[in-house]
Ligand binder design. Sequence first.
Ligand code: LLP
Length: 418
Amino acid sequence: MHHFEYRDKRLYCEDVPVTSVVEAVGTPCYLYSAATLTRHFQAFSEAFEGMERLVCYSAKANTNLAVLRLFCQMGGGLDIVSGGELFRGLKAGFPPGRIVYSGVGKRADEIDFALEKGILMFNVESIEELKLLNERAKTLGKTAPVALRVNPDVDPKTHPYISTGLTKNKFGIDTEAAVEGYRLARSLSNVQIQGIDCHIGSQITESTPFKDALKNLVGLVDRLNQMGFSFQYIDVGGGLGITYGDESPPLPAEYARAIVEALKGTSLKLILEPGRVLVGNAGILVTRVLYRKRTKAKEFVVVDAAMNDLIRPALYRAYHGIQPVVRASRETLRADVVGPICESGDFLAEDRKMADVQQGELLAVMSAGAYGFVMASNYCSRPRAAEVMVSGDRFHVVRPRETYEALIQGESIPPFLG
Ligand code: LLP
């Protein structure tokens, strides 16, 4: 459920016509619906009613401060993967005690930052990281709360680039090594074992991989309990998919049932790290048609958003619905929707059956709230798009379009070049 709908042929975000936002900020622009974000968070969290839980929004999906603040105000925690995300999370107001830190490559300075702030838990992904964490904590006179991220070796059946729970992936520690890891953790002076963690991948559209992963994890917890270890938290990661086109992923309630069922009999507090499911369908990317163009082989719709604005189609051949902002009755067309960048991979849609749109028209690229702006770059010196948040009949520019000056900020020409 989201709040992007047509009223009298015009696309609205909540009570704001998309055209009004474009008049104010131009294109391309990202548009987020606060009501949708709120609803998604509520639905997700309420699905686990009765369980002691902390919903740690996975910041990487959309790190705009406004989005972070909204989830913070709703009582959410934060899943971070870098010092930069910690910085943003703190700016948005998250108490450090609600932040968990995952990632295979935490640097010493990032570890120090998180130790100084006193985050809830480090999800440790290697034995070497565990040792470094202990050393840094000792140096700073702190104790690091840890969980080991276990790689449960299940196939999440998603795009290989976003599958993370197979032993061929770089993530986590496999089950046997995790037992050794916990033994080591117990012997280290400045780490404290708090929990166990896993995350198997993203855009997962079935419950089974989650069930299988948790079965492995709970089995491991039992084994470790028998060895005298005790855990407060189980962090089940994120990964629940959304509908971009014809997928029908489990609803939060069904997903929650699978998890609650798998955890039956344990008294662990639940940590969840949803990203996409909270923000994906709460955002769109609005772009303008620059040109129509036909070659001998194909029809093209050239728009002013490109792979630097939304890289998912180019990177994963991901599908995003594309629809006119103002509807009219017209013919359909089969075309590639492409951006201005000098690469053939620069497309938002390939061979897409769509409305016969005209030069100058506005198009909405749907389901762009997750892994959209956050993966944007300045490739081809294209300023990054504006971001706008709507709430009811109000909207606010939560990040203005970058200026040309911003593109060169910090750069300098060395004196030896004159
Ligand atoms: N927790 C950890 C440790 C993660 O690595 C991720 C995502 C999440 C939680 C959140 O997963 P979600 O609920 O959003 O599926 N750029 C890709 C997605 C990469 C996901 C990386 N990790 C895309 O555009 O599809």
